[in-house]
Design a binder for this molecule. Structure first.
Ligand SMILES: NC(=O)c1ccc[n+]([C@@H]2O[C@H](COP(=O)([O-])OP(=O)(O)OC[C@H]3O[C@@H](n4cnc5c(N)ncnc54)[C@H](O)[C@@H]3O)[C@@H](O)[C@H]2O)c1
Length: 334
C-alpha cells in the first residue's frame, strides 16, 4: 500500500484529487493518510469531513509523525518551491500541481535537485490524459511532416476561480509574483498541450492585458501565438467574458477537428465527417477521471522505482514557456 500526504487541503485537493484517490482502481493500493492545512477554519472543517485523514499544521509536524511514500502538493503556487525543496531533501516521491514553480530560477533549481535524485516526480498536467486532447494529438501524429496544423484554443470565464470559498486568500487575483493571473492559472494547461502536440515552440508572441477586472492585481486576459517546426497555435484565455465557454479547433490541409464543449468532437478527413463521442470536459466526474489516468502512471512509476526524466523536463518546459510569454508581453509594452 502506498501512503501519501496532501499539502494544502483546498479546493482542488478536496475535489478532483480526493475523488481520484477514491477511484476503485486504487483500492488497496494507494491511501491518503495525512494532510497539511494551515488555515485554522479549513483545518477544522476538513478534519470533520475527512475523518480517516490525520491533519497537521505544517510539513515539519507531518514528517515528524508520518511514514509516507509520496506527497501531493496542492497549496498555492507561491509555496510550491519551499515544499518541493523540503520533500526532495526527504527523498519523497512527488506529485505537484501546476504551476510547478513560480519562476524559471526556482524551476532550474528544482529540476537539478530532482535529476540528482531517484525521486519519482510528476507535474499535474492532467489535460494530457483527457480523451479530447488525446484525439487532437493522435490526429497531428498521423499527418505527414509537410502538413503543418494550426491549433486554436479559446477559454472564456467571467472571473478568476475563487478557490475554496471559505478561504480569504484569493491568490489567483494577486500579483504575478505570487502566482496570480490567468496565464499562469489557465493558460499554462494550453502551453503544455501545445508543447506536447507540436513540440517545443521556436517563436512565441504574447499579450497580457486587463479588459475588465481592474481590481485584480494581474492580467485577466492572455492572447498567445506560438510556432513550432510541426505547426502553429493560438491560445486565448480570459476572465472577462459574459459566460463560461470553451472551444478548440485543429485545422490542416488534410482535415480538421472541432470541439465546442459537450460530448462530441467533429472530425473531418478525406474519409468524410465523423462524430467522435468524448466525455464532457466541464463535467466534474470526467475531470477527476483525468487525474485517475495521470495518477495511475505516477503510482506505477513509484512502485517500479522508475524516475521519468520526461516528466521533470515537461514541468520545467511549462515554466520556461510561461517565462517567454511574460517576456514577450513585457517587451511589447515597453
Ligand atoms: N490542474 C488543475 O486543473 C488545477 C485546478 C485548480 C487548481 N490547481 C492548482 O492547485 C493549487 C491549489 O489551487 P486551489 O484552487 O485548490 O486553491 P485553494 O486556495 O482553494 O487551496 C489552497 C490550499 O492550500 C492551503 N495553503 C496555503 N498556504 C499553505 C502552505 N504554506 N502550506 C500548505 N498549505 C497551504 C490553503 O489554506 C488552502 O487550503 C494551485 O497550484 C492551483 O494552480 C490546478
Amino acid at each position: 500500500m502506498l501512503k501519501g500526504a496532501i499539502i494544502g487541503f483546498g479546493k482542488i485537493a478536496r475535489s478532483s484529487h480526493m475523488d481520484a484517490y477514491k477511484n476503485d482502481s486504487f483500492n488497496g493500493e494507494v491511501e491518503i493518510t495525512s494532510a497539511i492545512e494551515p488555515n485554522p477554519n479549513n483545518f477544522q472543517i476538513s478534519q470533520k469531513e475527512f475523518p480517516a485523514i490525520r491533519f497537521y499544521h505544517s510539513l515539519e509536524e507531518l514528517l515528524d509523525n508520518e511514514a509516507i511514500d509520496f506527497v501531493d502538493i496542492t497549496c498555492p503556487p507561491q509555496y510550491h518551491f519551499e515544499m518541493l525543496e523540503k520533500c526532495i531533501a526527504k527523498g519523497l516521491n512527488i506529485l505537484c500541481e501546476k504551476p510547478f514553480t513560480l519562476n524559471l530560477k526556482e524551476a532550474e533549481i528544482i529540476r537539478e535537485k530532482l535529476l540528482n535524485s531517484s525521486i519519482v516526480f510528476m507535474p499535474c498536467h492532467q489535460y494530457k490524459y483527457s480523451p479530447i486532447w488525446c484525439e487532437f494529438k493522435s490526429f497531428i501524429d498521423s499527418q505527414e511532416d509537410f502538413c503543418r496544423p494550426l491549433l486554436q484554443f479559446n477559454v472564456f470565464r467571467t472571473q478568476a476561480d475563487p478557490g475554496l470559498e471559505t478561504l480569504s486568500d484569493k491568490w489567483r487575483k494577486a500579483s504575478i509574483d505570487t502566482g496570480g493571473g490567468i496565464l499562469v492559472d489557465t493558460g499554462i494547461h494550453y502551453l503544455y498541450l501545445v508543447n506536447w502536440m507540436l513540440g517545443n515552440p521556436v517563436r512565441i508572441m504574447s499579450n497580457l492585458t486587463t479588459l475588465q477586472h481592474l481590481d485584480y492585481n494581474c492580467e485577466d486576459t492572455a492572447i498567445i501565438v506560438l510556432e513550432s517546426p510541426k505547426g502553429a497555435a493560438q491560445i486565448t484565455v480570459t476572465w472577462a467574458a459574459d459566460k463560461r465557454y470553451n472551444d478548440a479547433k485543429l485545422v490542416c490541409k488534410n482535415g480538421s477537428i472541432y470541439y465546442e464543449g459537450g460530448t462530441k468532437l467533429l472530425k473531418s478527413s478525406s474519409a468524410g465527417i465523423e462524430e467522435i463521442p468524448v466525455p464532457d470536459a466541464s463535467d466534474k466526474k470526467n475531470y477527476a477521471l483525468q487525474y485517475v489516468s495521470m495518477f495511475r502512471r505516477f503510482f506505477d512509476a513509484v512502485k517500479n522505482n522508475q524516475q521519468n526524466i520526461n516528466w521533470i523536463d515537461e514541468a520545467y518546459q511549462s515554466i520556461l514557456l510561461l517565462n517567454k510569454c511574460y517576456e514577450s508581453s513585457n517587451s511589447n509594452n515597453r
